[in-house]
Design a protein around this ligand. Structure first.
Ligand code: 5AD
Ligand code: FES
Length: 350
């Protein structure tokens, strides 16, 4: 059974209407045939606005050293079971060049929050990648000062990923001791001012989160007018305070992906590794309801197993050369194709 008013709401969303918190809450809660109608609408918007190409971003996890103690995260500072590592600047540049040779158009340099590389060193890495490859470079190194963001932008970094994690300020403060949502939003505003393409996003199924929180998450992304929105399920990690909490569900994550596609129609939306880690076809399912990006891991094999934000992460044993064809086959299997080039935001190339 599909309710007429739900069909009408989906049609308005598809046409690009601004949805209220209550309307988003309604869409986020759909199941059965109504959920299928939501996914079909998100898929049409994705095809119309973003096309059938799926962009690959090669993810280089260059250090798991972190000064933060997020309750959900496997590499939080107080987790003593993690073997800490940092790749050298030379190793990072080599990994990026390797990604370029495999056909990637962009790389994401990600680490825990901390000074695994000092800001100048990281700027040097960005400069070298930009000087020796045509790659778009994305940084994902957490909450930093405006000066650091400016330094890396001047060095040539194109984009920055900083998920807001949850739009509920109290939940945020509880899950990220010593940190406030407001500060994180300030960072996102600085990144925007500095001319980065900005990516943010959130986890689905955090303990204490409600469907209303997810609606707020989407409204916040819309207010920030992000160029990229990453949405993945929360997965409880061993040796963290949330080790015994329930994980986020595939269904709820897909509903959130579809609602983000309808709300910010020209954003890049990844089919996340976390979703692929809780369901064997998680990434394929996301590609069918709004997603248009995949971020294969191109971290050298010997470091991968030490970068586990959550358990049972896929591709831990694969080397970059193995993930690329695997992901390409996955994409073609969904009737899509691997997009070439840097895959900038359509707002940048228009
Ligand atoms: N489960 C799922 N996602 C997680 N992240 C961190 N810890 C977990 C977890 N246990 C996500 C956060 C972070 C991104 C890099 O990974 O949203 O921003
Ligand atoms: Fe890594 Fe499939 S994506 S092996």
């Amino acid at each position: 059974m599909i309710r007429q008013e739900v069909l009408a709401l989906i049609a308005r969303a598809e046409a690009g209407a601004d949805l209220s918190r209550d309307e988003l809450t309604c869409l986020l809660s759909l199941g059965g045939e109504e959920q299928k109608a939501l996914f079909a609408a998100a898929d049409r918007v994705r095809a119309r606005v973003m096309g059938d190409g799926v962009h690959l971003r090669g993810l280089i996890e260059f250090s798991n050293i972190c000064r933060m103690d997020c309750c959900y995260c496997g590499i939080r500072r107080s987790n003593r079971h993690v073997r800490r590592y940092r790749m050298t600047p030379e190793e990072i540049v080599a990994a990026a060049q390797g990604a370029w040779r495999l056909g990637y158009g962009s790389v994401v340099l990600q680490s825990g929050e901390g000074d695994a590389l000092d800001p100048e060193e990281l700027a040097g890495v960005v400069r070298q990648i930009k000087a020796t490859t045509p790659l778009a470079v994305t940084l994902s190194v957490g909450e930093r000062t405006r000066e650091e963001y400016a330094l890396w932008r001047e060095a040539g970094a194109d984009r920055f990923l900083l998920r807001h994690e949850t739009a509920d300020p109290e939940l945020f403060a509880r899950l990220r001791p010593g940190r406030r949502l407001e500060q994180r939003i300030q960072c996102l505003l600085w990144l925007r001012e500095l001319g980065y393409q900005v990516g943010s996003g959130f986890m689905v199924g955090l303990p204490g989160q409600t469907v209303g929180t997810l609606a707020d998450d989407i409204l916040l992304l819309k207010r920030l007018n992000v160029e990229m929105a990453g949405i993945g399920p929360f997965i409880p990690a061993p040796h963290t305070p949330l080790a015994d909490a329930a994980p986020g569900t595939v269904e709820q994550t897909l509903n959130a992906v579809a609602c983000v596609r309808l709300s910010i129609q020209d954003a890049h939306v990844p089919a996340t590794t976390a979703l692929g880690s809780i369901h064997p076809r998680g990434r394929q399912l996301a590609l069918a309801c709004g997603a248009n990006v995949i971020m294969p891991n191109v971290t050298p094999g010997k470091y991968r197993e030490h970068y586990q934000l959550y358990p049972n992460k896929i591709c831990l044993r694969e080397e970059p050369e193995q993930c690329e064809p695997c992901v390409a086959a996955l994409i073609v299997g969904e009737g899509r194709f691997v997009a070439t080039g840097p895959g900038h935001s359509p707002r940048w190339t228009a």
